[in-house]
Design a protein around this ligand. Structure first.
Ligand SMILES: C[S@@+](CC[C@H](N)C(=O)[O-])C[C@H]1O[C@@H](n2cnc3c(N)ncnc32)[C@H](O)[C@@H]1O
Length: 239
């Protein structure tokens, strides 16, 4: 059975996993402002802070109390792992137990960091974010665009709301608030084998001037086989 989810799940990767799938070296972004959208209960903001880089995260769920976020994360992680275990898209040799453990570690890091720095976690949703144009040097978007496209278009979502038109609006918003770069992962399908997501080409073709973009492979493995790149977009002439 192909990978399939009934809702956008609320669990997050560890900061070190996120650095891997965004092919990101925080040392290159010293003094920069970074946005993680959506942050989920992931630990990228906490890890960036410990590395001396200022980052904030947004997620529609951040208005909820910590206990509700933790409960939702644990339930959604369980659901996702059950679906991954049944899915033909995930390699049978993939270590799902380790996958689950790292998400629970990320959850604890997220909960502590949000308690200590609540101002770094804002409730908001694509395609409408509460930031001025060019507010961030780097905007990161993990496991929302492409991943939650309708099943028929290579995503894992049972619903059809995140179609190409939604992706175009969401990407325009991510570009609007970035001064330099936007990185999106995954840029591949949830199929076996994984392929370049069919929305990549129309999104690249519709990039406004002076943005340009390319696919970049990463060292991140979450059980897919095939082509599993991220999409890196840069504002031309900004560097
Ligand atoms: C699978 S998590 C990804 C979290 C993290 N970026 C990662 O890669 O681990 C997907 C997140 O998208 C959030 N989400 C759902 N709809 C959204 C929207 N319209 N705009 C922004 N985030 C959304 C969910 O609340 C959830 O936390």
């Amino acid at each position: 059975m192909a990978m399939e989810l009934p809702r956008v799940v609320f669990f997050g990767r560890s900061g070190s996993d996120a650095l891997r799938f965004f092919d990101l070296d925080l040392a290159d972004w010293s003094g920069a402002r970074i946005l993680d959208c959506p942050g989920g209960p992931g630990s990228l903001v906490a890890v960036a802070r410990r590395e001396g880089v200022q980052a904030v995260a947004v997620d529609p769920q951040y208005g909820l109390p910590a206990a509700d976020l933790e409960k939702r994360c644990r339930e959604d992680l369980q659901l996702t792992m059950e679906r991954m275990a049944q899915s033909a898209a995930i390699r049978p040799d993939f270590d799902l137990e380790a996958y689950g453990r790292s998400k629970l570690e990320a959850l604890q890091d997220f909960l502590s960091d949000r308690l200590a720095y609540p101002e770094a976690y804002l409730a908001a949703s694509l395609p409408c974010l509460p930031f001025e144009n060019g507010s961030f040097d780097l905007v990161l978007c993990g496991h929302l665009l492409f991943a939650y496209a309708p099943r028929a278009d290579g995503g894992v979502f049972e619903l059809g709301c995140f179609d190409l038109a939604w992706h175009q609006a969401a990407l325009a918003e991510l570009l609007r608030i970035s001064r330099r770069q936007v990185r999106l992962y995954p840029a591949h399908t949830g199929t076996r084998p994984a392929r370049i997501h069919p929305y990549v080409e129309p999104l690249l073709a519709g990039l406004p001037t002076p943005w340009r973009g390319h696919l970049q492979s990463t060292g991140y493995d979450q059980g897919f086989e095939g082509v599993t790149p991220m999409l890196l977009l840069e504002r031309g002439g900004a560097d």
